[in-house]
Design a protein around this ligand. Sequence first.
Ligand code: PLP
Length: 374
Amino acid sequence: MSPDRVPTPRSLPGVRPDIARMEPYEPVVPFEVLSRQLGRAPHEIIKLNANENPYGPSPRVVEALSRFPWYHIYPDPQQTELREALAGYVGVPADHILPGHGADELLDLLCRIFLMPGDRVVNCPPTFGMYAFDALLSGGQVVNVPRDDDFRLTVTGIESAVLDSDPPPKLLFLTSPNNPDGSLVPRPVLRRLLQLPVIVVVDEAYIEFAEDTPTVASWVPDTPNLIVLRTFSKWAGLAGLRLGYGIFPLHIIEHLWKFKQPYNVNVAATVAGLASLADLALLQQRIEAIKEERRRLFAALRDIPYLQPLPSQANFILCRVHGRSALGLHRTLAERGILVRYYDKPGLRNTIRISVGRPQDTDSLVTVLRELVT
Ligand SMILES: *Cc1c(COP(=O)(O)O)cnc(C)c1O
């Protein structure tokens, strides 16, 4: 029988009302589509809008992926080999480590194991958008404690949000270095916040680019309320393959093991992660190149009269735009084949965020920025 002869029921069940009310996600324009819109081949576009690694993955990753013989076999749900390699890299025993389909998946899992509808999380905007997004998806409520004008956390505000809210929040999201400004959470601040009766999630997606690698991952085994999230997307150039991991206290990771999809991390991501960890010398050189380029880009941006760059410990630089529209600047750059991220919202009025690229990317960008000086 053809489907058009099936009688349609009068009414159908609806999705959860909170999901029905959600605003649709603003889709990222796919790179090929953008390349057509701009009339430029993909390699002629300088993509400085998503903090991706301009050098791509290690050549050993490409080689390992092309040689891997077992794509038809399901992955190891325990990710034993990858977790052992990560334990060596992070310096924390493997039983504290859980890989995920990007750090994004782990944020979602955390919200789902902690939040019942109406439960609260503390978020410190301007920051990465996925904390609020995932909390809302789980039916949670977001208590925003905005940063000050210099993007510093308002510690007393966070303390009262945790101690004075009823019901008390369960999760506090911190980002170090923070996206979009690149500032670190100072250690004394973190020590103070860890004394609060809340689970503190420190997102270290960009920690490899920070000077002196001030990771707090090694604190996790002795700190029952600290979770650290990491990713291969930025430092290892694997954003498209989706591989992240978290370092968790044992009393939390035991629940994630029950809850995660068995095959959440695919074999290609695992092979790529292992090959990256086996090529740290090369990847570290690239990290150093990006840090060096960050210094050069910062100095060049500081000399552009209408831009005010903020010091950053990550692979991007946020700039306040003065005396002209950041949106206009974003569009002019896009017409010239240079993509940057633009914001105009509370705490991020008239700003652009520029990912650190290769030296030639900085040169092209700065040439256009200088031409626009009036
Ligand atoms: C890019 C980014 C992530 C995403 O990590 P994936 O592993 O690619 O999901 C997480 N946190 C922050 C702050 C980021 O900027």
